[in-house]
Ligand binder design. Structure first.
Ligand code: CMP
Length: 218
C-alpha cells in the first residue's frame, strides 16, 4: 500500500491560511481528503452574511457532492490554517466507489452524520431569541470541538466572536453584545480574541433560564 507521502506526491495540494479552495457555485470534478490542517465549509446568506456549516479536520473529506451529482459546488471551502489535502478526481473517485466497500461505507457514514448535524443546525437556527441562539450554538461547538483544560473549555477550531457570529448567521456587533452578557454571567471569558467556556454548568443553566423565559414570559 502507498505511504501517505507517496499519495501526497501524486495528488496532494497545499494551502495557506485563508486560501480559497473553491467557491459556492463553481464547477467541480474532484473531492478532497484532509491530510492535515482545517477547512471551513460555509455558505453566503442574504445581506452578505456568511454562515459556517462545518469546520473539518484531518481524515475528513469534502467536495464529494459536486462529483456525485455533477452539479456546482454547494458551499465555499477555505483553508483555516496551513493544510495538506489529497485531491481525487472523478475517475479515481468512481474507481474507489466501485472497488472498495469500506470507502463506500465511510462516505455513507459521513453523509449520515452530516445530515444529523444539519438537522441539529436547523433546529438551532429556528431559535428566535438571539441570546439563546448564541448560547446554544456555543453548546453545540463545545460538544463537537471542546477540550477541557485547567482554565475552562477551549475549542480545537478558531473560536472568536467573528467565527461565532458566522455560525449563528448574526452580525458581529449583535454577537459581541450577547457574548458580553455571557462574560458577565461567568459563562465564558475571552482569552485574547478566543472564546473560552469557563462553566459548562452555567452555560446549560443560562440556556434553561432563557427557555423558561420564552415559555412563561418575562
Ligand atoms: P460540494 O457541493 O462539491 O462542495 C461543497 C462541499 O461542502 C460539499 O460538496 C460537501 O462536501 C460540503 N458540505 C456541503 N454542505 C455541508 C454541510 N451541511 N455540512 C458539512 N459539509 C457540507
Amino acid at each position: 500500500m502507498s505511504s501517505e507521502q507517496e499519495i501526497f506526491d501524486k495528488c496532494g495540494r497545499t494551502y495557506n491560511p485563508n486560501d480559497v479552495i473553491f467557491h459556492e457555485g463553481d464547477l467541480g470534478n474532484e473531492m478532497f481528503i484532509i491530510q492535515s490542517g482545517k477547512v471551513k465549509i460555509s455558505k453566503q446568506l442574504k445581506d452578505g452574511v456568511e454562515k459556517t456549516l462545518v469546520i473539518l479536520g484531518p481524515g475528513d473529506f469534502f467536495g464529494e457532492m459536486a462529483v456525485i451529482d455533477k452539479d456546482v459546488r454547494s458551499a465555499n471551502a477555505v483553508a483555516l490554517d496551513a493544510s495538506r489535502l489529497i485531491a481525487l478526481d472523478e475517475e479515481v473517485f468512481e474507481m474507489h466507489m466501485q472497488t472498495n466497500p469500506k470507502i463506500v461505507k465511510k462516505i455513507l457514514k459521513n453523509l449520515t452524520s452530516r445530515l444529523r448535524e444539519s438537522n441539529q443546525q436547523i433546529a438551532n437556527l429556528m431559535i428566535k431569541d438571539s441570546n439563546r441562539l448564541v448560547a446554544n450554538t456555543i453548546l453545540l461547538v463545545v460538544h463537537k470541538h471542546g477540550e477541557e483544560g485547567a482554565n475552562g473549555i477551549t475549542m480545537d477550531i478558531p473560536f472568536t466572536v467573528a467565527e461565532l457570529s458566522k455560525m449563528c448567521g448574526l452580525d458581529s456587533p449583535k454577537t459581541q453584545e450577547i457574548v458580553d452578557k455571557l462574560i458577565k454571567a461567568k459563562v465564558v471569558r475571552l482569552s485574547g480574541e478566543t472564546i473560552v467556556v469557563t462553566s459548562l454548568d452555567n452555560l446549560e443553566k443560562f440556556i434553561k433560564f432563557l427557555e423558561m423565559k420564552e415559555q412563561f414570559g418575562e
